[in-house]
Design a protein around this ligand. Sequence first.
Ligand SMILES: Nc1ncnc2c1ncn2[C@@H]1O[C@H](COP(=O)(O)OP(=O)(O)O)[C@@H](O)[C@H]1O
Ligand SMILES: O=P([O-])([O-])O[C@@H]1[C@@H](O)[C@H](O)[C@@H](O)[C@H](O)[C@@H]1O
Length: 376
Amino acid sequence: MVMVTDSKPIIPRRGLVVGNYCHDVLHRDGEAVAETLGGAASFISVILDALTLPFHTVSRVGPDFAYAAATSNHPPLIIPTSQTMLFHAHFGSVYPDRLLNRVRSCDSILPSDLPDQTRFGFGLAVGVGGEILPETLEKMLSICDHVFVDIQALIRRFDNINGRVSHVALRDSGFFHLLPRVAFLKASADEAVFIDVEEVRKLCCVVVTHGKDGCEVFCPNGAFKVAPFVADQVDPTGAGDCFLGGFAAGIVRGLAVPDAALLGNFFGSIAVAQLGPPKLDFNLIQIVKDEMHKRKLQGIPFLERRDESPGFRKPPEQDQFYASLVTAKAIIMCQIQESGRNLLSSPKVLEQNNAKTILSLTSVHEEPIPSVDGKP
Ligand SMILES: Nc1ncnc2c1ncn2[C@@H]1O[C@H](COP(=O)(O)OP(=O)(O)O)[C@@H](O)[C@H]1O
Ligand SMILES: O=P([O-])([O-])O[C@@H]1[C@@H](O)[C@H](O)[C@@H](O)[C@H](O)[C@@H]1O
């Protein structure tokens, strides 16, 4: 359990984001609709950059990586002998539970890939394809003051033939012994069945996300549900990543845990309303930053708490914070619609920032996905 004993104000050092970028092919209702930049590191970068939190990224790709321009601020390590990780995601009415195939893998991120002689204020362990090794997470924990972990980096396993994503129990993942040094562990509801929340919450704070129903936070001395923001879901990809990016940013920027979780819900709801990595409106972000500053003045920041209770009492006027974010989103969405800018992708969008039309889908072997009645 991470304890903060130093009462001096936290000076936000740079963060460290560790996880491979990947190529995503998105299939909605059985139809390939886009190829996009993917990987939690890509989604989280959008959020942290928007909230002007400085960070360093460690990510591995192959020479075939197609999004060098989009990641130029946080360039990956290009491994000549490797290839960029490739995921195919299937979602929509035909697949109520999203189905993911890691069609191509990339090299693991090694401890030696991480900077030496540098300390980081926070770390985000956000692998998506099994690229983070226990020894790599161990090094992150030794060079970062507070580490946020997405459980998908720890418990995912991949079918040898078609790369179908499955999960192992956290206890059997090879990472369990590191949990007491983790600040927050994020799991979606589907992933939470692979942990004993009552056991793990004694070791580190556990954040369980519930899609359109928001999220729940569990720590040794309390649990808290946090309300969602309404969204018209276009693409579920990256919702958890954007949630974690917003949540971590809230904690690092000095919000209490429930307020940070609300911020996570806010960015998760924006993510699902767009295809691929979200585009964030400048004016919206400015309003969010102002609201975060106001909240920080009212709450007791998690990272500055001097006692066991990690800010789990619902902060005063959290409803006001929620209402301000809802209003901000509504104002901006009206402005965008009036201006004709289309931040929300239409179902048939084939061309978009970081998204490309389907050119090479047939060049990638993937077994026919059984339809909902189990027939190919
Ligand atoms: N359809 C939705 N409407 C509103 N918010 C959503 C929706 N889907 C996801 N979110 C937000 O994103 C967060 C993470 O989504 P979830 O689907 O639980 O994670 P993951 O992508 O890891 O499976 C949720 O807690 C919620 O705040
Ligand atoms: O949707 P989400 O679980 O938050 O995160 C997603 C991963 O699960 C997926 O493997 C990857 O291909 C996507 O680019 C995105 O990172």
